[in-house]
Design a binder for this molecule. Structure first.
Ligand SMILES: NC(=O)c1ccc[n+]([C@@H]2O[C@H](COP(=O)([O-])OP(=O)(O)OC[C@H]3O[C@@H](n4cnc5c(N)ncnc54)[C@H](O)[C@@H]3O)[C@@H](O)[C@H]2O)c1
Ligand SMILES: [Fe+2]
Length: 389
């Protein structure tokens, strides 16, 4: 829920954080700390192929833990995959859930944990604070930089009947431990690195301008924006990748801590619908939509955009009109998108003008819209989708 109450009390949620190169070797100790005797590892075929799941299970074995591995997750995790993973978890007799992978694996693991503690169907929990009973302990190991799902109180699952992504949100979903080893980023293909880095950027920007922004989250949001602009293109350029991975892993983590406490906005509310409709990479859709939403919001949240523009490395002075800073920032976001090969519009991703009315209706129901700094009507959403086509 929003991290700031009207009286000014801030509630900051965060897991225990283990961070740094070679920290995957800490996984056995971390699992033991959350009570593991029989860990259930949630992952996907790409992570198995990259060798990270084997490395994880070897470290768990060093701590005398024999893991059951389930690799049934696909990108934009589906409702039926969560049901299948839950079935496997129950049959396994396991007691804690460890996820290793991108946001899809982390979210699928959260979904399995929700069903384990609460029963029913995963879509029953769409919305805010509908997970009311305790869930098994979670250890999350991100392999992208990134979604921030390893620290967040969000779980995003695709409703395959309606072809939308639903947002499940609540502090019960904050994992016990987030373990980030930047080495895992070394096997990301360039397009995945670009997409996930743009997701982290979107988290930082949306959290900083959110209606629920607060001083504890603000610093993390700005630092994440600074780190992404300073390091993302250079991480993708293999020649200088090594030293940049740590910075991008940190950007993902800080953006995650920012948005889980300050929440998100219209970019994510819109992006979830496009991702659900066409099963597209979340970060790429964000990269297309973000400049349009920044321009829309700059008119009403001008004081937030000068610090963001400065964090993006732009020459924005404190006396610059905030709306102008917002427009500069939007141009800068589009420019980094061009540099990273982000398509110039949603049409290039397969969205048609005829999809817009449905996308706008569905986005109105997304929990992320509630904290957008500018009130958004269905007509506004339709106009934003058209502008982004
Ligand atoms: N819960 C949250 O707070 C939150 C926040 C933002 C996004 N998300 C969700 O996260 C999902 C996107 O996650 P993602 O962008 O991290 O990608 P992903 O998990 O969907 O993975 C995409 C592909 O990349 C591969 N991959 C991942 N890491 C790799 C690595 N290190 N080396 C080689 N291959 C690798 C995977 O195997 C997969 O095939 C979306 O469903 C999005 O909605 C969740
Ligand atoms: Fe995101």
């Amino acid at each position: 829920m929003p991290a700031r109450t009207p009286g000014g009390i801030i509630k900051f949620q965060a897991p225990e954080i283990v961070f740094g190169p070679e920290s995957l070797a800490e996984a056995g100790f971390a699992a033991r700390r959350i009570g593991a005797q029989r860990p259930f590892v949630v992952t996907d075929p790409g992570i198995i192929e990259a060798g990270w799941a084997d490395e994880l299970t070897a470290h768990l074995a060093d701590a005398d833990l024999t893991a059951t591995v389930w690799a049934g997750v696909t990108p934009n995790p589906k409702d039926y995959e969560v049901a299948e993973g839950y079935q496997r978890y129950r049959e396994s007799g396991c007691d804690v859930i460890i996820a290793i992978g991108g946001g899809s694996c982390l979210d699928a693991a959260k979904g399995i944990a929700i069903l384990t503690g609460n029963g029913g169907h995963i879509l029953d929990y769409a919305g805010v604070d509908r997970v009311t009973r305790p869930i098994p302990p979670l250890l999350m190991i991100p392999s992208t930089a990134g979604t921030g799902a390893d620290v967040s109180q969000f779980c995003i699952i695709t409703d395959t009947v309606s072809a939308v992504k639903v947002t499940i949100m609540g502090r019960a979903l904050v994992p016990e431990i987030s373990l980030t080893d930047p080495r895992l980023l070394s096997t990301m293909p360039g397009d995945l690195a670009a997409a996930t880095g743009l997701d982290a950027l979107t988290h930082g920007i949306e959290a900083f301008v959110s209606c629920a922004h607060n001083p504890l989250a603000d610093g993390h949001a700005l630092n994440a924006v600074r780190l992404v602009f300073g390091n993302l293109p250079r991480m993708i350029d293999r020649r200088s990748a090594g030293d940049r991975r740590g910075y991008m892993a940190q950007a993902s983590l800080e953006a995650g801590m920012a948005f889980t406490n300050a929440l998100l906005g219209a970019t994510h509310a819109m992006s979830h619908q496009v991702g659900g409709l066409l099963d597209l990479p979340h970060g790429v859709v964000n990269g297309v939509l973000l400049p349009h939403v920044i321009r829309f919001n700059a008119a009403v949240a001008p004081d937030r955009f000068v610090p963001l523009a400065q964090a993006a490395g732009l020459a924005a002075t404190p006396d610059m009109p905030g709306e102008e800073a917002g427009h500069l920032l939007a141009d800068r976001v589009r420019a980094i998108g061009d540099e990273l090969g982000v398509p110039c519009g949603l049409a290039k991703l397969g969205v048609c003008a005829g999809d817009v009315p449905t996308l706008a209706v569905n986005a109105m129901a997304d929990a992320c819209l509630a904290t957008n700094p500018r009130p958004v009507s269905q007509a506004d959403l339709a106009a934003l989708f058209h502008a982004a086509l």
